[in-house]
Design a protein around this ligand. Structure first.
Ligand code: ADP
Length: 631
């Protein structure tokens, strides 16, 4: 043994993470302690979990705990745990590469968001973990004995490009000890009081005892040494709510998520039905960077009877609540439960429903108590909740109450508020679909509705089409698209009005037929419109079709998607249409009329935000007709 230590190089990405950590976290140096304690606590959790099936791993030796000791003479801080420990290979792999979760995801996110994004903001969403030790230390030694192994190995590094690993002869017990050689300029961390304060501030929630070595002068040269437990230990979620203050809840959240910002809202509950379980869940103030990546790991941490079972347990929450973070602790699930079993377990479904209800309670409360906070929440997570309306009929009604839209009458409205504003002669809820508010505000389809004082909701989120279709109605009021063929604004008209309309439509027949024959390849039907007041034409979606904007989005993903023909509606009161109607009677005008018709069709495409099929021809026609008009 006692061979010379073997030298290793850090993987390139480790150097990158190290330099980001060191360069961007200099004003948050104290995080090192919570990160290292968190690693130690994880190692203890892993040991307890594995020992459920392998009793020999824990040899009834001692209490599972974390011990911290500062030594001013050698300028070191030592953090020791009797958790799972690491083998030689673990040391090389875990501390020399970024194969492990936190830093890897951090680098991926950094890449995705581009270098422009401040890495401090971003790093706050991830565990910087072990490497944070170099925020205060200029050298770090990790000595470890893995559970069930006789060998003790030591990893050592000064963070400049590499590390060494050597075997040490020792009666070192199971677990890991980190020795941080504190840099001269950070000696303040060697103070007992400072360490105590940091543990209480950041790590009070850790469910294992954290003991600090304290010394008390008892004589000239004698000191009394004590291991003093400085955290409350015990699972935070098992304490009564009245014993936990906001700061403790927030620190627990930060510990769990690595987020630096306190959460927007939380729910702490125990449910005693067919399943006994406790939940403590949070809504992050800022959405996770990968919120719209449905395949990313999402979910809450699962415990069974206080024993940590797994992270990111996706089976406990629906995918449309993937932004929720927290823990669920079940008293009834078996300890050896696996991800696969969880997926279609009856008990899990009961828990999932219970947790979902509690989260919805919190969101509803936010909506009723704090409009500003809810608006922020909606901006961050609204699109994700709408997935719930589409996928989850169980919660559709509750989710519908949470919907918010901009409209022709409001910057931000709920459906209840919309209904309150409805004039007496309005019986349906109108909406218009497009890429942006700007685009739908000017949409020809809503002209007549606006004129009659009927409010129109702007649906500019791609998921809206599916959400509103899944809902179909709200409080017995049907959702009707201003862009669909079935919009009927003549429901209440008198017999006289009806007759008058029929006469008017009859007069338009020659023009309708002429347009139908000219545009036979492009539209399925031409008809006289009631939804237009200022524009001459618009395109509407036939029954069963999707809105033009959505069709474009779908086609972007699937080029072979067929183009659905829409219906062209013409405004019989518009001067252009009237003029064209008269042109129908004059044979000589036929070629010109054809040009006008194509131009109108292109205009209808532009007005709904669709590209025109043949821009050069459009431009040519425009110039020609402009020339004729000016001649
Ligand atoms: P993360 O915690 O995000 O995985 P870290 O850089 O903090 O990243 O740690 C890397 C890995 O090293 C951990 O995943 C764990 O496997 C191992 N490790 C760190 N500290 C300890 C410890 N005290 N005991 C056992 N393993 C540890």
């Amino acid at each position: 043994m006692s061979e010379t230590p073997k030298e290793y190089k850090f993987q390139a990405e480790v150097n990158q993470v190290l330099s980001i950590v060191i360069n961007s976290l200099y004003s948050h140096r104290e995080v090192f302690l919570r990160e290292l304690i968190s690693n130690a606590a994880d190692a203890i959790d892993k040991l307890s979990f594995q020992s459920l099936t392998n009793h020999d791993l824990i040899q009834d030796d001692d209490e599972l705990e974390i011990k911290i000791r500062a030594d001013k003479d050698s300028s070191t801080i030592t953090i020791r745990d009797n958790g799972l420990g690491m083998t030689k290979d673990d040391l090389i792999e875990n501390l020399g590469t970024i194969a492990h979760s936190g830093s890897k995801r951090f680098l991926e996110a950094l890449e995705q968001q581009g270098k422009g994004k401040d890495s401090v903001d971003l790093i706050g969403q991830f565990g910087v973990g072990f490497y944070s030790s170099f925020l205060v230390a200029d050298r770090v030694e990790v000595t470890s004995r893995a559970a069930g192994s006789d060998e003790v190995w030591r990893w050592s590094s000064t963070a400049d490009s590499g590390f060494t690993v050597e075997q040490v002869e020792s009666d070192f017990p199971r677990g890991t000890e980190l020795k941080l050689f504190i840099a001269d300029e950070h000696k303040e961390y060697l103070e007992e009081a400072r360490l105590r304060h940091l543990v209480q501030r950041y790590s009070d929630y850790v469910s294992h005892p954290i003991k600090l070595r304290t010394t008390k002068q008892v004589g000239e040269d004698a000191a009394e040494v004590n291991w003093e437990m400085i955290n409350k230990a015990g699972a935070l979620w098992k304490r009564p709510k009245s014993d936990i203050d906001d700061e403790q809840y927030n620190e627990f959240y930060k510990h769990l998520t690595n987020d630096w910002e306190a959460p927007m809202a939380r729910a702490h509950f125990t449910i005693e039905g067919s399943q006994l379980f406790t939940g403590l869940v949070f809504i992050p103030t800022n959405p996770p960077f990968d919120l719209f990546d449905r395949d990313q790991k999402h979910g809450v941490r699962l415990y069974v009877k206080r024993v940590f079972i797994m992270d990111d347990c996706e089976s406990l929450l629906p995918v449309w609540l993937r932004f929720v973070r927290g823990i669920v602790d079940s008293d009834d699930l078996p300890l050896n439960v696996s991800r696969e079993v969880l997926q279609d377990d009856k008990m899990v479904r009961v828990i999932k429903k219970g947790v979902t209800k509690k989260v919805l309670d919190v969101i509803e409360q936010l909506a009723s108590d704090d409009a500003d906070a809810y608006q922020k929440f909606w901006g961050n997570y609204g699109s994700v909740l709408k997935e719930g309306i589409h996928f989850d009929s169980d919660f559709r009604d509750r989710l519908a109450k949470l919907l918010r839209f901009a409209s022709t009458k409001s910057e931000y409205t709920s459906l209840d508020e919309y209904i309150e504003r409805m004039p007496e002669d309005q019986s349906e809820i109108y909406y218009v679909i497009g890429p942006t508010q700007n685009a739908v505000e000017g949409s020809p389809h809503i002209e007549a509705l606006k004129k009659r004082g009927f409010e129109v909701l702007y649906m500019v989120d791609p998921i809206d089409e599916w959400a509103v279709e899944a809902l179909a109605s709200y409080e017995d009021k049907k959702f009707v698209s201003a862009m669909r063929a079935d919009l009927d604004l003549n429901k209440e008209e008198s017999e006289d009005d009806k007759k008058e309309r029929e006469v008017r439509d009859e007069g338009m027949k020659p023009l309708v037929e002429k347009i139908e024959s000219s545009l036979a390849d492009l539209v399925s039907e031409v008809r006289v419109s009631d939804r237009l007041t200022d524009s001459p034409v618009c395109l509407v979606v036939p029954e069963g079709g999707v809105h033009a904007h959505i069709e474009r989005l779908l086609r972007a993903q699937n080029k072979s998607m067929p183009v659905a023909k829409r219906i062209l509606e013409i405004n019989p009161d518009h001067p252009v249409i009237k003029k064209l109607g008269r042109m129908c009677d004059v044979e000589d005008e036929a070629p010109k009329l054809g040009e006008w018709i194509f131009l109108l069709y292109d205009q209808a495409c532009l007005a709904e935000g669709s590209p025109i099929a043949d821009p050069p021809s459009f431009a040519k026609r425009m110039s020609k007709l402009m020339g004729d008009a000016l001649a």
